[in-house]
Design a protein around this ligand. Structure first.
Ligand code: SF4
Length: 181
């Protein structure tokens, strides 16, 4: 059976995404690497939710050690208008490498279920991240199932985030401030 490593941005986006790929006849594993989530305590809260989901659904989960916040800011600072491109690239290149290193045939990301993300950009960067690494990027437009995914996690009473992840997105969520992206 073909194996796919699913990059997980949060438990709520993962719930249906994992079901979807299982339904395609694939063996699914989860992968956590999100240095774009700030501050660290927020990162840990989202990670705890993902661990709980993985436990409740029997999903094997690889957690990348450490917290590469500095690398995220090295890429984003001074280039705020393209920070999402940098953010997707950072996370998806690591996912492709982890997929290869752990014997997976392919990888994808739960970001593809979110109507709030730059969907076409994720697809473009995922395909580029796969290049030359011997793993395939699998694409599906799951945006119509976004609310279904949230219904699956509702009874689990998991932490629900209020902003995308980075400090720029937090500022935009709570103020009228616009940081270019
Ligand atoms: S808004 Fe979201 S996708 Fe864009 S850089 Fe911030 S965390 Fe990453």
């Amino acid at each position: 059976m073909k194996k796919i490593l699913v990059h997980i941005c949060c438990a709520h986006c993962a719930a249906y995404t994992v079901e979807y790929w299982k339904g395609q006849g694939l063996e699914v594993g989860g992968y956590w690497y999100n240095p774009n989530i700030h501050p660290f305590t927020e990162h840990q809260q989202r990670l705890e939710s993902v661990k709980k989901l993985a436990q409740e659904t029997g999903l094997p989960l690889i957690i990348e050690p450490g917290y590469d916040m500095a690398e995220y800011f090295r890429r984003a600072a001074g280039h705020e208008e393209e920070r999402c491109r940098q953010c997707f690239d950072l996370r998806l290149v690591m996912t492709a490498k982890a997929a290869k290193a752990n014997g997976y045939d392919a990888f994808t990301t739960t970001l593809l279920i979110s109507p709030h993300q730059k969907h076409e950009l994720i697809k473009e960067i995922g395909e580029k991240a796969a290049g030359g690494k011997g793993v395939e990027f699998l694409y599906a437009d799951l945006r119509k199932r976004y609310s279904d995914s949230r219904h699956i996690t509702k009874p689990m009473e998991l932490y629900r985030q209020q902003y995308c992840g980075c400090l720029y997105s937090e500022l935009e969520r709570y103020t009228e401030e616009k940081t270019a992206k």
